[in-house]
Unconditional design. Structure first.
Length: 108
C-alpha cells in the first residue's frame, strides 16, 4: 500500500498543515474550519530512510496500511546515500509492465 504525506494550504485563512494517509483525502482546515481543502502537494512516504545508530534503515509501509503506515524494516545500509539509492531504484521500478530490453543484446 502506498503511503503519502499530504500538504494543505487554506485559501481562506492562509493556514498550512499536513496529514498522512494511504489515499488522497480532502481535509478540514484546523485553523478556521474551512471544509474540504485539497492537498496541493503529496510526498511519497511508502519508503522512508531513518537513521539507527551508525546505520541507515529503509522502512516500507505495510501492504494493509490504512489509518497507520505500519512501517516495516526492509534493509539496512552503512550510508544514507546507499539507502537513498535503494529507495530511488524501488520507486523507478515499473509496476504494470516489464522493463524494455535492449534489442542489440539479442543480435550480439
Ligand atoms: Zn483556514
Amino acid at each position: 500500500m502506498p503511503w503519502f504525506r499530504h500538504h494543505y494550504s487554506c485559501q481562506a485563512c492562509d493556514g498550512s498543515w499536513f496529514a498522512e494517509a494511504a489515499v488522497v483525502v480532502e481535509s478540514d482546515c484546523p485553523f478556521c474550519a474551512a471544509r474540504d481543502v485539497f492537498a496541493y502537494k503529496s510526498d511519497d512516504r511508502t519508503l522512508i530512510v531513518e537513521r539507527e545508530g551508525a546505520a541507515f534503515v529503509v522502512f516500507e509501509a505495510a501492504k494493509s496500511a490504512r489509518a497507520e503506515p505500519g512501517y516495516r524494516q526492509r534493509k539496512r545500509f552503512a550510508t544514507r546515500a546507499k539507502a537513498n539509492a535503494f529507495v530511488a531504484a524501488r520507486r523507478r521500478k515499473p509496476t504494470s509492465r516489464p522493463a524494455p530490453r535492449a534489442r542489440s543484446a539479442r543480435s550480439a
